[in-house]
Structures are given as C-alpha cells and as structure tokens.
Write a protein that binds this ligand. Sequence first.
Ligand code: ITT
Length: 209
Amino acid sequence: MADKRTIVVVTRNRGKVREFKRIFSEYVPEVQWRFLSAIDLELPEIEETGSTFAENARVKALEGAKYLAGTEYSGYICLGEDSGLEVDKLDGGPGVNSHRFSQSGTDEDNNKLLLELLDGVPWDERTCRYKCAIALADSSGVIAESTGSVEGIVHTELRGTNGFGYDPLFYAVELGKTFGEASDSEKDAISHRRRAIQRLIPAIRCVLL
Ligand code: ITT
C-alpha cells in the first residue's frame, strides 16, 4: 500500500529537493513528509523531450510513475519539476536548457557564460525570470499541474553563496538582493518553486491527505 505522505521527486538536483522539503513542511506542517529523489531510488535518467517547462515536468512525473510500477514503490505519487531562467536579452534563453547552458553544465560555468553573454548590457536590459512547472502523477496519469515565476535582473557579478544554479546572479527585484545573498526563508517567500507549490496545495490536500 503506497504511503501517501511520501512523494517521489523525480529529480537529480539536490537543491530542488531541499526546497521542496522546506516549502511543503511550511504549507502542510501537520504532515511528516518524506521525499525520495531519483537518486535515492536509482531511477534511470529521464530524457527531457519537451519544448516547454510544463511538458518536461509532465514527462518526468509520468516516466517516474511508470518506472515505479514494477518496484516496491508502485503507486507512490511522483512529482516532476522543470525550471529555469529566461533572460529577455537572450530571447528567453537559456530557458529549458538552463541546466545544460554551458558545455560542462556546472553551475560555475553556466554563470560564467551568462555573464559573458551579457557583458556590457545595461542594468535595465538585464531583465529575466525564473520559471517553474510542476506535475504530479501516478501510474494512471497526471493528477495535477501548476506553474510559478519570479521576476529578476541578471546581476553584473556573482553575489552570495546561498541556493544553487543561477542564484548568485539572480537579483530578485522584490528582495533587493540576489537569491545567493538571500536566506532560505527569503528565497522561499517569493520563489518560482514556492509559487508553483502554492497553487498545487489544494490538489495535494485533495489527493494526498
Ligand atoms: P532534474 O532535471 O533532474 O530535475 P536539473 O537541474 O537538470 O534536475 P532542470 O532540467 O529543471 O533540472 O534544470 C533547471 C536548471 O535551472 C537548474 O539546474 C538551474 O541551473 C536552474 N534553476 C532552476 N531553478 C533554480 C533556482 O531556484 N535557483 C537557481 N537555479 C535554478
């Protein structure tokens, strides 16, 4: 019998899992959530075949649920999340390719490339946003979906060491600092991931509780 307080987060990104844990326990504190990642369950790598965040979130959730069907975790709810940074000056890039923006795909090289591409671009033309799409699925298909976004400016230099990915360059207009400089609770208060989860809470209460 599947444990409804356990969500399988179909991701290999530990930064995302940390944020899901924090945000879910804030929204639904009465539940002792347990999150299992694609790394914990040794799920095979899932190819991101979609051209939008929403499509890729669906692919991750559905593929994860399909894979679990033959295991002891059969019937557990899978959460697929696809996210990234859209920079206006780069015509919305890196977008769905945010993870694999630079050749190596490390956070360090991705940030370096972003700074290089925006070299000399004035502050008011460095507008960007983080976007996040989430899908929940089980073996019968998609159960719920949502999206969230947060507006920012690509900073001209790395600021702070908190968070992950592009956070040291993402100057959040609402905070007046980068996500790299923000505390966990400051980022969680306005992040794209939090906003997507917030919209999903009614469905989560309905399906999981
Ligand atoms: P999974 O596909 O296994 O979930 P991933 O890191 O490859 O892990 P994505 O394909 O969704 O995930 O790529 C998201 C990338 O966008 C991520 O690697 C970061 O570079 C960036 N990103 C998304 N949300 C972010 C956040 O909150 N802070 C910093 N960077 C973020």
